[in-house]
Ligand binder design. Structure first.
Ligand code: G
Ligand code: G
Ligand code: MN
Ligand code: NA
Length: 254
């Protein structure tokens, strides 16, 4: 209960901020995008993981305001980088299922984009595979509207969710992110290898961009490339870092 109240105050007290982790073109090592990841620096408890406070926000009804804050923050940061002539590709923001279930989500998003001045093709939304199973017709209609605005959509943690494959045919999706639990076994577990290959083949055939999460070594990067996946993200390239750190790297790249 107490942590829930603290989270309510955290938004107003600048205890929440975003870190960014680069998405990499594995062939060239170039950055093609950044994933925004929420962080909470609690004054007493220290850093609290989003695996704790995101579910807490969902339980306490705070996820809508927290999610809007993350979107606004990411869009403003993207605009700041554009104004400084720093190319970052796109920013991917994680969206929780209850945010999308909200009828006003697409119009709020439109408003946030206009306010920040970030062109929509610089924004991607990440939706977990598990959350798809809760989608009704209205939610899917909102996804289509969002995509028609020029924002792209990625399915996150792909392969671990409770879903059917039918939604890949029906949903307006641009990218699949292979869950890092599979990449974890790519060097020695033939079952992980088979699943990864199947996801890459299926995703590519359907015209999706496929991204391997959890690249922790050069060998991981080479292994997914051998399966014709050329996009990755992981600690081997960069841990999530604060905006100032990312700004310095972007400035050195250009
Ligand atoms: O950054 P880290 O690996 O600790 O993130 C843990 C989890 O929290 C990940 O599944 C990530 O998607 C989720 N997460 C981080 N930031 C956000 C956010 O702003 N919104 C939502 N819905 N999830 C987030
Ligand atoms: O669920 P989602 O994919 O949004 O989670 C992103 C989380 O994954 C971030 O919290 C980030 O810290 C974590 N992450 C990113 N790269 C790696 C990695 O190479 N290894 C591990 N174990 N976690 C990673
Ligand atoms: Mn994600
Ligand atoms: Na993931």
């Amino acid at each position: 209960v107490r942590l829930g109240n603290d989270l309510r105050g955290a938004l107003n007290r600048d205890q929440l901020f975003l870190h960014y982790q680069p998405l990499i073109d594995l062939r060239t090592g170039e950055w093609i995008g950044l994933e925004a990841l929420a962080r909470w620096q609690h004054p007493v408890e220290g850093a609290i993981s989003p695996t704790v406070f995101i579910p807490l926000a969902e339980r306490t009804g705070m996820i809508t305001s927290l999610g809007e804050w993350a979107l606004r923050e990411a869009c403003q940061q993207g605009r700041t980088w554009l104004d400084a002539n720093l190319g970052f590709g796109h920013i991917a923001v994680n969206i929780a299922a209850p945010q999308l279930a909200h009828r006003g989500f697409a119009s709020r998003l439109r408003h946030i984009l206009q306010e920040s001045g970030l062109p929509p093709h610089h924004l991607e939304l990440e939706i977990t595979e598990t959350s798809l199973m809760h989608f009704d017709h209205e939610t899917i209609a909102q996804l289509r509207e969002i995509r028609s605005m020029g924002i792209s959509l990625a399915i996150d943690d792909f392969g671990t969710g409770y879903s059917s494959l039918r939604y890949l045919k029906e949903l307006p999706v641009d990218a699949l992110k292979i869950d890092r639990s599979f990449i974890n076994g790519i060097l020695d577990d033939h079952r992980d290898q088979a699943i990864i290959r199947a996801i890459i083949d299926m995703g590519s055939s359907l015209g999706f961009s496929v991204i391997a999460e959890g690249i922790e070594s050069e060998a991981h990067g080479q292994a997914v490339q051998a399966y014709h996946c050329h996009r990755g993200q992981g600690f081997f390239f960069s841990r999530p870092a604060d905006a100032d750190t990312i700004t310095r790297v972007l400035a050195n790249q250009t």
